[in-house]
Design a protein. Sequence first.
Length: 269
Amino acid sequence: MDGGGAHIEVTIDTEEPIELGDFVSAFTSIANQYERYMKREHPDLRDDAKVYVREVRTGSIIADLVPHAGTLISLMDQILIVRQFVHAYGERLSVYLGGNGRLDDASKGELDDLMKQVGAIAKSKNGKGQIAAVVYENGQRQVRAAVTFNTNESRAAIKQIEDHRKALDAISSADRQRVLMVFKRSDVGSADVGVKSGERVIIESLSDRDLPLIYGSSLAEERIKDQMRNIEENIYHKGFVVDVNVQTRGGRPAAYAVTHVHQIIDLDV
């Protein structure tokens, strides 16, 4: 359990005291992500995919987390696993640190972990965090991979992750998935989420009538409006493969609330 000279170094640098929950979450989120990574990339070692705290140093909070990836792999393999994990984790976290990206394959559990990872930094006025893959060779500390983030980036990430979670909740509650929607009346102006937009669409697999369109998520509204505003092609010659909640009146469809846009296709007209 000595980590073979390779470990994950987590740095939390804040001007204010850190809440205990945020402190613990910064480490448990990495442990969860490491287990997911090992299950995905090294399934033969997943039973040994555990992370242990070796040392917490004073000053800025700097914790050495020692991944245990089995007793039969070599030192070089352990170093490689730690480096690749931090690199992969950093890439996924960085998508949200930019404040305008999303991971198509992220689960709610992973989104929770990513949010917890940056929670302490986001609450600080001028905080900095880092996750690094560190090895010691001939007594010299070497950083093989790292991701860093500050307060502003962490706050942007939390907002983006929260929006992504809401979108996933909307998708999971959809009445119909992957149905073809065509516009009969459109409007390039912005529309509020959850109320009738003034636009009308038809989904032939559900009803032969055109019905009012409701944007059930901000992500769906953004993607459809972007198609209207920035693409020169005729919106009425496009089909939208969407998930929808069907609102009914008297047992008949009365409006469609679009929660997710899977694909935009050209129609044969």
